[in-house]
Design a protein around this ligand. Structure first.
Ligand code: UDP
Ligand code: MG
Length: 144
């Protein structure tokens, strides 16, 4: 069964250009609920570790520099089929290839500076959420 959580990051380009609120509103309109959020300026070691899977790829150094260039906003999001639904809502990695109305089409500048991160599997969603948020910090939506 598909999991119900994914890790989003509103990347430094979108935070710096004042698009965090619009992106969050877009995600909430699409049925995602925020379980945890944190504005954070990543160190090079943290960004490098988060994107370790891309180490050695030609864009890796640029990606780490970009992700440490200013604060970003990691979000633990919840809805049914969270990973797949979120990837549909953000669109393709390159905004020129992203479908009309997707977050990257609307808000991204380029393939590198592309406004948002999203997990690509339930396994990676769990790992990436844990990278930023201990389980104890995920808000219990049932609590009042
Ligand atoms: N990236 C890049 N150039 C590329 C591919 C990726 O700058 O040719 C950057 C981009 O910011 C992307 C991130 O590296 O979001 C991670 O790449 P991935 O292929 O995992 O894309 P995503 O899952 O973010 O769509
Ligand atoms: Mg990816």
């Amino acid at each position: 069964m598909a999991g119900n959580r994914t890790l989003a990051i509103i990347k430094p380009d979108a935070v710096a250009s004042g698009r965090s609120g619009a992106i969050l509103a877009h995600l909430e309109r699409e049925g995602f609920v925020v379980r945890a959020a944190r504005l954070v300026r990543l160190s090079r070691a943290q960004a490098g570790a988060f994107y370790d899977v891309h180490r050695g790829r030609p864009f890796y150094d640029e990606l780490v520099s970009f992700m440490t260039s200013g604060p970003c906003l990691p979000l633990a999001l919840e809805r049914d089929e969270a990973v797949a639904r979120y990837r549909t809502v953000i669109g393709a990695t390159d905004p020129r290839e992203a479908a009309d109305g997707t977050i990257r089409r609307l808000y991204a500048e380029s393939k590198g500076r592309n406004a948002v991160h999203g997990s690509d599997s339930d396994e990676n969603a769990a790992r990436e959420i844990a990278f930023f948020f201990p389980e104890s910090e995920l808000a219990d939506l049932a609590a009042t």
